[in-house]
Structures are given as structure tokens and as C-alpha cells.
Design a binder for this molecule. Structure first.
Ligand code: SAH
Ligand code: SF4
Length: 369
């Protein structure tokens, strides 16, 4: 039901829904493509400035719809200028964060622009080492609120620098990762819809290897997503190789223990033909011993995967201290010797708390000051 109090948010629509919406006004469906082009390519901010949109449709849209872009309210840039964290205020006043990371691939010299998006306000999984988890769950993000985070950065930076062109440079955005606040698979429908728009040539047009969804291990939803025909990589936040420890670190393990999660990973690989990424944050004295590494080697035996090690970020808890770089290198060497493909990643934007699991914590402190 349309009402004056709640205008329709165009960013919440899939291309098909948008066509239906345009048709409901008695306008040609081709106008839906004009709208999409104006939003995703030409970075229009108002219906009025959209070229090619019929006057009659502009008037109806102005009355009944809004784009639904999130409002940036604060920003922090890391000292090296390579990581930028933006705090957005949503329509209901809740806040979320997104991060933009610039990086250069040494081998090829190509530049990557990765947007890390949030999928929920807070998170119900409640991992103790994670700032979002300690905050508790508030609500799911709508598809447009997820898409809007990506759109914000592409509109601001994706202009080839000069700002002369009014068209967004399609090749500017290279990656989207669902590694901000929230558990994406606990907001299944909205995340799937956002993924579809990220994949769509009418949206961001990103494909396989460019989009990564990170989950704490919601096995049934992982398998459901495997059959959706969308193009992205799956990362599983494992952090422990036995149920006792993982149950303490990632509480959802009590619902989907390793005996369920690892077979689901195998099935995911079989269904999609893709390898899985395993995320493992190293915390000193908790999960970084050689015993832990050996357990991981045994657990991952035969699974087509690649392990991403990261030294844990201190997220304001005394219990979780980052492992030393030496310990991390030893852990990596052990895994590689055990036949497990392993990368040791450097945490990004640590000076602005943009590292995994730190999002929002400092803003809350800031807001309370
Ligand atoms: N909820 C999803 C995605 C968001 S969290 C998930 O858990 O996978 C993104 C990543 O940050 C996950 O791999 C998560 O385990 C990791 N993370 C959270 N807190 C962290 C911390 N303090 N140090 C390092 N990684 C952390
Ligand atoms: Fe939620 Fe992921 Fe944080 Fe765990 S690590 S509390 S699943 S956001």
C-alpha cells in the first residue's frame, strides 16, 4: 500500500519489481531501465535530473517515491589514506558502518576498490571477540540499505577522479564484501536481493571473484544460497577446529556444530564448483597453538578451500588479545606444511578501528561523549 507517510524506496526494488512499479503508473516499462541507468551509471540524486525520464513519471515519482540513499554522518580515514570508514544514519535513526579499501595488487599493478558492507544493525550471533556481536541485535537491513552503502562510494569516487564526466566509471568498483556489521545469512531474503543487484548488469555488474559473503556458519542458508544461481564467493568464519572451542567463540556452533558445518561446506563446493574461504582470526593463547593448527589440518582434509588467517583485532575485550606476528607466521607455516592453502592477511585500517569486528564500537563511545 502506498501512503504519503511512507514513500516507496526505489533502491529496495529488483529490476523486475521496478518495471512492475513503473507499469502501475501506466508508464512504459522501458522507463524502469532509464531509472536504473540514471541511478547506477549517471549518479543522479533526484528524479528531476534524470535524463530520458518522462515528465509524467518524474511527477509521480516525486510524489510517491524516494531513492532511499543512506545519509553519511561521519567519516574516518586511516593515516595511510587507504581505508575510509563511513558512519551512515538510516531513516529510523539507527546507524551502520561501511568501509572502503584501496589496494594495489603488486603483481599486476592493478588497483582494487573494495566496499565492505553491513547487512544488519548489530548481530544476534554474539561472538565475544566481535564488537558488533557484543552490541546485540537490532534489526535487519533492507535491500536498499545494503545497496545504498555501495552506491554511496561509487557515486563519490567512481568518476575517474576529475568529476567532469557525469557517468560512473563501471570498472572503478572491483569488489564487495559482506564483512561489516551483522550476519548476512540471518537476513537471507534482503541479502539475496542485494546480491542480485550487485550481480546484475543493470546494477553494479560484479561477478564471481568480485563478491564475497562471510558467514559465521548458518549451514542450511549456505546450501539454499548455493542453489540460487548468484555469482559470489563464500567465506566461513571458523576460528576454531573443535566444537568445544568454537562453541565458546562463535555461539551459533551449538546449533550447527562442525559435524554439520563442514559437510555443508563440502556440499557447497560440490554444488557450486567453487572453493570455500575459511576465515581464522588468531587470538593469543586461545586458538593459535600448533595443536590448534593440527586440528584445523585434520578438519579441512579433503575440502576444497583456502584459509585466510588474520591476527585478531582487540575489540575492547580483555579476554581476546591478538597473537604475535611470529605466532601467526608459525601457524601459517604449519598449515601449509599440512597441505592447506593459507594466506596471512594484514588487518586494514586498524588506526580507525576499521578492522573486522571493530565496526561501530568507537562511534558508540564517540556518541556518548
Ligand atoms: N557475521 C559474518 C560477517 C561479518 S564479521 C561473519 O561472522 O562471518 C566479518 C569477519 O570479521 C568475520 O570473519 C568475523 O569472524 C571477523 N571478526 C569479528 N571480530 C573480529 C576481531 N575482533 N578480530 C578479527 N576478526 C574479527
Ligand atoms: Fe555477528 Fe560475525 Fe560479529 Fe559473530 S563475528 S557477532 S557473526 S558480525
Amino acid at each position: 500500500m502506498l501512503s504519503k507517510d511512507a514513500p516507496v524506496k526505489i533502491l529496495d526494488f529488483t529490476p523486475v519489481q521496478l518495471a512492475e512499479f513503473v507499469k502501475s503508473f501506466g508508464e512504459p516499462v522501458s522507463q524502469a531501465d532509464v531509472l536504473l541507468k540514471s541511478i547506477y551509471r549517471e549518479c543522479a540524486s533526484t528524479f528531476e535530473e534524470m535524463t530520458g525520464l518522462r515528465h509524467s513519471l518524474k511527477e509521480k515519482l516525486a510524489e510517491q517515491a524516494v531513492l532511499g540513499l543512506p545519509e553519511p554522518v561521519d567519516e574516518k580515514v586511516s593515516a595511510d589514506g587507504q581505508t575510509r570508514k563511513v558512519l551512515f544514519r538510516l531513516e529510523d535513526g539507527k546507524t551502520i558502518e561501511s568501509t572502503l579499501m584501496f589496494s594495489k595488487i603488486t603483481r599486476t599493478g592493478r588497483v582494487r576498490h573494495t566496499v565492505c558492507v553491513s547487512s544488519q544493525v548489530g548481530c544476534a550471533v554474539g561472538c565475544n571477540f566481535c564488537a558488533t556481536g557484543r552490541q546485540g541485535f537490532d534489526r535487519n537491513l533492507e535491500p536498499g540499505e545494503i545497496i545504498g552503502q555501495v552506491l554511496y562510494f561509487t557515486r563519490r569516487f567512481g568518476f575517474g577522479g576529475s568529476g567532469e564526466s557525469q557517468k560512473s566509471d563501471r570498472s572503478w568498483l572491483t569488489n564487495v564484501v559482506f564483512m561489516g556489521m551483522g550476519e548476512p545469512l540471518a537476513n537471507y531474503d534482503n541479502v539475496r536481493q542485494a546480491l542480485a543487484m550487485i550481480n546484475s548488469p543493470k546494477g553494479f555488474g560484479l561477478g564471481l571473484h568480485q563478491v564475497t559473503l562471510s558467514t559465521s556458519g548458518l549451514a542450511p542458508q549456505m546450501l539454499q544460497l548455493a542453489s540460487e544461481g548468484l555469482q559470489f564467493q563464500m567465506a566461513v568464519s571458523l576460528h576454531a577446529a573443535n566444537d568445544e572451542l568454537r562453541g565458546r567463540l562463535v555461539p551459533v556452533n551449538r546449533k550447527y556444530p562442525l559435524g554439520v558445518l563442514i559437510p555443508a561446506c563440502r556440499e557447497y563446493v560440490a554444488k557450486t564448483g567453487l572453493k570455500i574461504f575459511i576465515e581464522y582470526a588468531l587470538f593469543s593463547g586461545i586458538n593459535d597453538s600448533m595443536n590448534d593448527a593440527d586440528g584445523l589440518i585434520r578438519l579441512l582434509n579433503g575440502l576444497s578451500c583456502s584459509v585466510n588467517l588474520i591476527v585478531g583485532n582487540p575489540a575492547g575485550s580483555n579476554e581476546f588479545n591478538p597473537s604475535s606476528m611470529d605466532a601467526a607466521h608459525e601457524f601459517q607455516k604449519r598449515l601449509i606444511a599440512g597441505g592447506v592453502r593459507t594466506m596471512l592477511r594484514v588487518s586494514r585500517g586498524a588506526d580507525i578501528d576499521a578492522g573486522c569486528g571493530q565496526l561501530k564500537s568507537r562511534w558508540i563511545k564517540f556518541e556518548k561523549d
